[in-house]
Design a protein around this ligand. Structure first.
Ligand SMILES: [Zn+2]
Length: 210
């Protein structure tokens, strides 16, 4: 594994996002964080095995996404009727039954966004593990940065739990395998995104490009 490389030239600077203080960005040992001298906010962190962890957690997230779509998300029993629900059927039911915007938003934020984010991270971080850069990786990394807030798995999961409390009054509701896979997907995505510092990713891309 390559240590966090710095692009040629320097000294490199780092500006605090909270108080605008400019610092000289010295290289850090793995596991350490640089903090602002003015306000104490974290400037950048050298996270251990960052590229390997970002790639591995993203791959896990993609595998879990397959499990989420292969098994029921929720199983509802009301008298003699049993209904199973998964993410795509929930989105298409919303589209067909008068809430097309919510249905499309559900599909975008809980299916398209996490798949794109995980695939993008693998595309950018995978080749960097070997000191190489994939074609267009810089553009993909910029896109990932913009897309990150739109990955709303946690919000959806919270919504499911709240609606379950209400649904429980009219039907017997159980979590399916898809729900548990989705919960693990949420943890994997959070871990993948948190595995690598943005400054480190830019530096690695810069060095691999040159
Ligand atoms: Zn500061």
């Amino acid at each position: 594994m390559l240590p966090w490389p710095k692009p040629a030239g320097g000294p490199h600077g780092s500006v605090c996002h909270f108080c605008d203080t400019l610092h000289v960005a010295d290289p850090l040992p793995e596991g350490m964080a640089a903090r602002c001298q003015g306000c104490g906010a974290v400037l950048y962190q050298n996270r251990p095995a960052s590229l390997a962890r970002a790639t591995a957690f993203s791959m896990t997230a993609l595998i879990l996404m397959v499990v989420v779509h292969s098994f029921p998300f929720l199983v509802m029993d009301a008298s003699t009727l049993r209904t199973t629900l998964n993410l795509t059927s929930a989105a298409s039911a919303l589209i067909q039954h008068g809430s097309p915007i919510i249905g499309v938003a559900l599909a975008l934020f809980t299916i398209v966004a996490p798949i794109s984010l995980a695939s993008g991270l693998i595309y950018v971080c995978g080749p960097l593990l070997f000191g190489r850069i994939a074609p267009g990786a810089v553009h993909v990394a910029k896109l990932l940065n913009k897309m990150e807030p739109w990955n709303m798995i946690e919000v959806f999961l919270l919504g499911v739990l709240v609606s379950l409390l209400k649904l429980n009054k009219v039907a017997d509701v159980h979590f399916g395998t898809g729900f548990w896979a989705f919960s693990m997907l949420m943890i994997s995505m959070a871990a993948a995104v948190a595995s690598i510092d943005r400054d480190e990713l830019w530096d690695r891309l810069e060095v691999a490009k040159s």
